[in-house]
Design a protein around this ligand. Structure first.
Ligand code: E4P
Length: 218
């Protein structure tokens, strides 16, 4: 399973890259705003800086919601770097734009997906990635992981090559369950990735090993 980090923070992206397990980055307008990145040129510069840190796909989201606007923005975004994937919302004009981009070899990430029907439509339009938001479904008492399972089954039934990018991942169990189901990619915060490291028996065991070593190596 590929690991993407879901942030626009250059520091967190660098930390995940330094860990040696990072395959890509996803961003969204809220994450860009959180870093205080605004204005067309600043946004482009920031995406370029992200592409220089990570050796993998970087999802850059369009703001437009009409077909012409999405196409114009997407075509500008992909000029920034070969690593850029155009992130397009799951709306009617978004699906049309994904089809347009896929016919021209421009890679897309269909975002804000909350149902298997939406994921089926994204695959039919030729999306490179589909992003079901599992954490936000869990937030409203709906099983986000079941959605990943349903999409996996549908895509496997027909051999769709659209990659399932489990998004809105909040904690390590989301990552593990997505891996068991067979999501192609997960995107989450650095905290969820680092939480995979943790086990109390590791800490206790290491402390004991070092203590015993010290006894005979004073
Ligand atoms: C997906 O690409 C989104 O950026 C993201 O995963 C949303 O996560 P959130 O629900 O934690 O905001």
């Amino acid at each position: 399973m590929k690991f993407f980090i879901d942030t626009a923070s250059l520091k967190d992206i660098q930390d995940a890259q330094d860990l040696g397990v990072l395959d890509g980055v996803t961003t969204n307008p809220s994450l860009m705003a959180k870093e205080g990145i605004g204005g067309e040129e600043n946004v482009k510069k920031h995406y370029k800086a992200i592409c220089e840190i990570v050796d993998g796909d970087v999802s850059a989201e369009v703001i437009s919601t009409d077909f012409e606007g999405i196409i114009k923005e997407g075509e500008e975004l992909v000029k920034i770097d070969d690593q850029i994937v155009v992130k397009v919302p799951m709306i009617k004009d978004g699906i049309k734009a994904i089809k347009y981009f896929s016919e021209r070899g421009i890679r897309t990430n269909c975002t804000l997906v909350f149902s298997a029907g939406q994921a089926l439509l994204a695959a039919k339009a030729g999306a490179t990635y589909v992003s079901p938001f599992i954490g936000r479904l869990d937030d409203i008492s709906t099983d986000g992981l079941q959605l990943i399972q349903d999409i996996r089954e549908i895509y496997d039934n027909y051999g769709y090559t659209t990659e399932i990018l489990a998004a809105s991942v909040r904690h390590p169990m989301h990552i593990l369950e997505c891996a068991k189901i067979g999501a192609d990619v997960m995107t989450g915060p650095l905290s969820a990735i680092l939480a995979l490291l943790k086990h109390p028996l590791t800490d206790i065991g290491l402390a004991k090993f070092l203590e015993d070593h010290a006894k005979v190596n004073a």
